[in-house]
Design a protein around this ligand. Structure first.
Ligand SMILES: C[S@@+](CC[C@H](N)C(=O)[O-])C[C@H]1O[C@@H](n2cnc3c(N)ncnc32)[C@H](O)[C@@H]1O
Length: 253
């Protein structure tokens, strides 16, 4: 199996490359948390596209699309989707589960998007910016390919000690299959830092909100006890951006 080009980053991006069908089926692997999160994030992204850009099909790009959790949901909602990733094996899974067979999945590097300027109505970088050494380059590329007034969606992890213990240490304990360096604190990004990157890229941050697991629900505790992600494990939006946060910014005219 070809090795993914993970560049110089010490983050373990190869992990995603070797997941295969586990992207969709594994419950004892941290990928199940990303899958559970996408159930909350995808409808919100789709609603926000409609709220900000109006009804109808939009041209959207998903950077670091992985197995296409968001791309395939956007394609199902009739958007014209491009997904780009540096793992060819993940792209194969994304293509396989694109029931519409309309999404355009491309192998490529987020630092050099293979698109002309001002092409897309929306660009997404979900659970992605903390996987590269120079997220500001990705944000600048996202802005370059966005049309004026286009929307940049992001989801990433806050840089603080609580995020280190919950997102890195608790997940390593909870799911022992978690690979080493799946996430590293140094690459987490505070909301303030991300806002600064947006500004530098001529993007105006419109909204940011936190995401947290539903600690109060039984599936959360069952999952911890069984050391696998229960099918009913849910995430919710929250005001606090201390752990992970999602949001969007608009390209200035
Ligand atoms: C945590 S996964 C997120 C997948 C997807 N965005 C989601 O939320 O389900 C990060 C993805 O980024 C990809 N990746 C890492 N570095 C990249 C780069 N420089 N350019 C493109 N993709 C990259 C990895 O192969 C992996 O599929």
């Amino acid at each position: 199996m070809e090795k993914v080009l993970s560049g110089k980053t010490p983050v373990n991006n190869d992990y995603y490359h070797h997941l295969g069908e586990d992207w969709l089926i594994a419950n004892d692997d941290p990928i199940a948390l990303l899958r559970a999160e996408s159930k909350l994030k995808n409808p919100w992204v789709l609603e926000t596209i409609e709220k900000e850009l109006g009804e109808g099909s939009k041209k959207v790009l998903d950077i670091g699309c992985g197995a296409g959790f968001l791309s395939n949901a956007m394609a199902l909602s009739k958007h014209e989707v491009s997904g780009i990733d540096m793992s060819e094996e993940s792209l194969k899974i994304a293509r396989k589960y694109d029931t519409t067979k309309t999404a355009n999945y491309l192998y490529g590097n987020a630092y050099e998007l293979p698109f002309e300027d001002n092409q897309f109505d929306a660009v997404c970088a979900m659970d992605f910016l903390e996987h590269v050494e120079e997220p500001e380059r990705v944000v600048a590329e996202a802005s370059r390919v966005l049309k004026p007034n286009g929307i940049f969606f992001f989801h990433t992890f806050s840089k603080n000690i609580l995020a280190y213990f919950v997102i890195i240490k608790l997940v390593e304990w909870f799911l022992p299959k978690t690979p080493k360096h799946m996430h590293i604190l140094r690459l987490f990004i505070s909301p303030k830092e991300l806002d600064k990157m947006n500004k530098l890229a001529k993007l105006k941050t419109i909204h940011m909100m936190g995401i947290r697991p539903n600690f109060g629900e039984l599936p959360f505790w069952k999952s911890l006890f069984k050391r696998e992600v229960h099918p009913e494990f849910r995430f919710s939006f929250t005001k606090s951006t201390l752990l992970s946060y999602i949001g969007y910014a608009k390209k200035m005219d």
